[in-house]
Structure formats: C-alpha cells, structure tokens
Design a protein around this ligand. Structure first.
Ligand SMILES: [Zn+2]
Ligand SMILES: [Zn+2]
Length: 247
C-alpha cells in the first residue's frame, strides 16, 4: 500500500480490499454498545443490554412464537411448517427490532457477530446445538447479495459457528429472487417463496439448522427447509435472531 497517498491506495485496493480494510478497522476499534452507547470492548452489545434480550417463554417448539404452556401453536397444527423446530434469541420487538433493522440496511459486521453470539447463547440454553450437525445460512439471491454487499444471515451464522463449534454447510441456493417478503401481505408470502430454493449438493441424513435474522410468517424458512429435505436432510430447524409474534 502506498502510505504517502492513502486515498489512492484505498482506491487501488478495489472493492474487496476496501471492504476487508473496513471490516478489519470495525473489529479493531473499541466498540460502543449498539443500544446504550457504553464502551464495551469488541462486543458491540454490552452485557447489560444482551441480558435484557431473551427468547419468548413459553413458546411453540415448532415455530418459536409465544404459546401458553409451550404447546404447539394453532398455526403449526393447521399448517405444519417444513422445519421440525424453531429457536429465536428474542421477539422482534424493542430493542432487538432496532438491531435487526440496522443490520439489514447497513453491512454492520460487528453487530452481526453480536447478534450471532446472542443466538448462540439462546441455542445453548435450549440444548439445541446437540440436535444438529451443521448450520446453513439462509441464502440471498445473487443480485440482492451484490446490491447489499453481504448476506447478514451468513454473517450471523459465522458468529454462531464460532460460538457453538458447529460447522457451516454450503449448498443451499436461492434460485428465484421474488419480491422482498416484507413488501407483501402475509397471505401472499407462501406463494412468493415457492420454488425459490434449491440444493446444489446432497444433505443425506444430515440434521441442520437454517440461520436467519428474522422469522415473520415462517414461509421463507419453510420453503428453504423443504429444499433441504428434498436434498435428503433428516432434520431441519430454523434458528433466528428475532421472531415476530403471530399477528
Ligand atoms: Zn448496552
Ligand atoms: Zn407454532
């Protein structure tokens, strides 16, 4: 790098090099808590704020919405999703909603790591890591990933892998972009993600956890889980940072 002209040096690095530098700096500098702004080392979320976020309890074991006595909820009984179980670090409500929104619209990698660590903590508390062999990050369509610069689900999965020791399995692809689910009424979301996913490898007999930032209707996770099952997966769970309560 030409240090006499740092601006030219950064321009010459190209997009990937500049991104690597941005990531290195983001992790190297001391972080302020994303919620309360206290200095908190390299964590991005201080212990106090992290402790204020907890999974809904009791919750439906199938889709992680609040459910009396932890019973399977009415929606899962009427329309069972293609995944076997779900787990969320917390409900999609203040303050977790702010953090997830911030991650969605800015490639904030230290924040992704903090949210992955939160999800890991919830997974360990639920004894969930022992139920799966690998993590699968919810894929984005290629064009959307290029536009956004990163896949936030993959960044969360990487932090989760570091904290849980579970490997990340590649090979689930998003082959149809569709409209952003958030832009659609709940009823249309199932149709929007139909045929959206395919596996590029066999998942024969594997037990996997699909990792994503938010689960709203569960339609996307169910479509992705169905693709993993077609590729041979024996057990699929949906692990998300934030779960939207049922409407
Ligand atoms: Zn804090
Ligand atoms: Zn349910």
């Amino acid at each position: 790098m030409n240090l006499s002209n740092p601006r030219a040096a950064i321009l010459n690095m190209g997009r990937d090099g500049a991104r690597a530098l941005r990531v290195a700096l983001a992790f190297a500098l001391p972080q302020r808590c994303a919620l309360c702004m206290r200095m908190c080392g390299d964590a991005c979320l201080c212990d106090l704020c992290a402790d204020a976020i907890a999974p809904a309890a009791p919750a439906c074991p199938r889709c992680a919405v609040p459910s009396p006595a932890g019973a399977v909820c009415g929606r899962c009984l009427a329309h069972p999703p293609a995944f076997d179980a779900a787990l969320a670090a917390g409900l999609y409500a203040f303050p977790l909603d702010r953090l997830v929104m911030r991650l969605k619209y800015a490639a904030d990698l230290p924040l992704a790591a903090a949210l992955g660590a939160l999800l890991a903590r919830a997974a360990v508390a639920a004894g969930a890591p022992g139920r799966v062999d690998a993590l699968v990050a919810m894929p984005l369509a290629a064009a959307r990933q290029r536009a956004r610069g990163c896949n936030q689900a993959r960044e969360i999965a990487k932090a989760l892998a570091r904290a849980s020791g579970l490997p990340i399995a590649r090979g689930l692809l998003r082959i149809k972009a569709g409209a952003p689910q958030a832009a659609l009424p709940w009823r249309e979301r199932v149709r929007n993600v139909r045929g959206a996913f395919a596996a590029s490898r066999a998942f024969d007999g594997m037990r996997v956890a699909l990792v994503d930032d938010v689960m709203t209707t569960g339609a996307t996770a169910s479509a992705a889980a169905a693709a993993l099952r077609r590729a041979g997966a024996a057990h699929v769970e949906a692990w998300v940072v934030a779960r939207t309560p049922a409407p």
